[in-house]
Write a protein that binds this ligand. Structure first.
Ligand code: MN
Length: 340
């Protein structure tokens, strides 16, 4: 038995070596293609990224939050920030729809938050502290999650800085207004906490992409009682996205100066987003979500967006991650165009 195993070893090694060399030749192909200035006629979004080293805005900043300790679904969202950054390379700094080239712009990357904490609450406090410092330097921040619990400390930090009412749009399959039961803060509780602690008001809160058979009656009643505007995927299909967005913008800007977008990738149909904590069918398309972002950033003073719940462990062919990167790029293009 032992001898046989010894004889098999070289063969196994060869096989492994073949796999490695095949992989590295694929990577060599990518490396060349990824080189800055490889084709002088095009600019990649990845060429716009720059490590933040003390600069002040106005500018766009990226912040990674590799945190999934509060996730209610499948764990793994802490791998999200890295995968979204990796997927940015697929996109070019040219917006066809607007015939707008933005290859001369910069996106400052603040890196990932490193946690040294014993509880979800401590991590959240750390997030609030950091986001407050970044917005104080006049950055519009795109945060890469991480589970959806991080929206609470992020919006709280934004509110502490701006000190004015914030209009909040949550693009999500779920309402995420769960009660905190037995002190358990989760990826299902961020908006309830924001409403209860008066960080946001119900009338300035819109939820888009809510799914059938994915929410509790009690939470629907709660959100409606708070005065939130809710549009399900079916309502978006029947009424049309343009009409839904008109109402959305009217409601969130009626009494606010600032808008914040929270984007849970499970708002996407499962076919476009296998890599999320809680996959759900019959959802939105990437085109619809890109349209929402374009409209909101173009027509409101959008101070930030979070992209949450990417779970690379369950992703196939980086489908979800590349969609997440598309939404990041759409936000940047719309922001640059507006300020050009
Ligand atoms: Mn969510």
């Amino acid at each position: 038995m032992t001898r046989k195993r010894q004889e098999e070893q070289p063969e196994e090694k060869d096989l492994q070596f073949q796999k490695i060399s095949l992989l590295s030749s694929t990577m060599r192909h990518w490396e060349n293609h990824q080189k800055k200035g490889y084709d002088p006629n095009e600019t990649r979004i990845s060429d716009l990224l720059e490590c933040w080293s003390g600069e002040s805005g106005p500018a766009i900043g990226l912040l990674g939050i590799p945190f999934d300790s509060a996730v209610l679904g499948r764990k793994g969202a802490k791998g999200g920030p890295k995968k979204i950054r990796d997927s940015i390379r697929y996109f070019k700094a040219y917006d066809w729809r607007r015939d707008f080239w933005f290859g001369d712009k910069k996106i400052y990357d603040f890196g990932d938050i490193i946690f040294d904490a014993q509880s979800v609450l401590e991590c959240h406090n750390h997030i609030t502290e950091i986001i407050t410092k970044i917005v104080a330097k006049n950055f519009t921040v795109i945060t890469l999650g991480g589970d959806h619990s991080i929206t609470y400390p992020l919006v709280k930090g934004m509110k502490e800085h701006y000190r004015e009412p914030i209009g909040l749009i949550n693009i999500d399959a779920h309402l995420d207004v769960r009660e905190v039961i037995n002190g358990r803060i989760s990826s299902g509780t961020p908006f309830r906490r924001l409403l209860e602690k008066n960080v946001i008001a119900g009338k300035n809160f819109v939820e888009l992409g809510i799914r059938n058979f994915a929410n509790a009656k009690k939470y629907r009643q709660y959100a409606e009682k708070q005065g939130a505007t809710i549009f399900t995927v079916e309502e978006i299909q029947i009424m049309g996205l343009e009409s839904v967005l008109a109402t959305t913008l009217e409601n969130i800007t009626a009494e606010t100066e600032f808008t914040y977008i929270s984007l849970d990738l499970d708002s996407l149909d499962q076919i476009f987003a296998p890599g999320v904590s809680a996959p759900t069918p019959a959802g939105l398309t990437p085109t619809q979500i890109a349209q929402i972002i374009r409209k909101v950033v173009s027509e409101t003073n959008t101070i930030g967006m979070d992209i949450v719940e990417l779970n690379p462990i369950y992703d196939t062919a980086d489908t979800t991650a590349i969609n997440a990167a598309l939404f990041l790029v759409e936000f940047c293009a719309s922001h640059f165009y507006k300020h050009s």
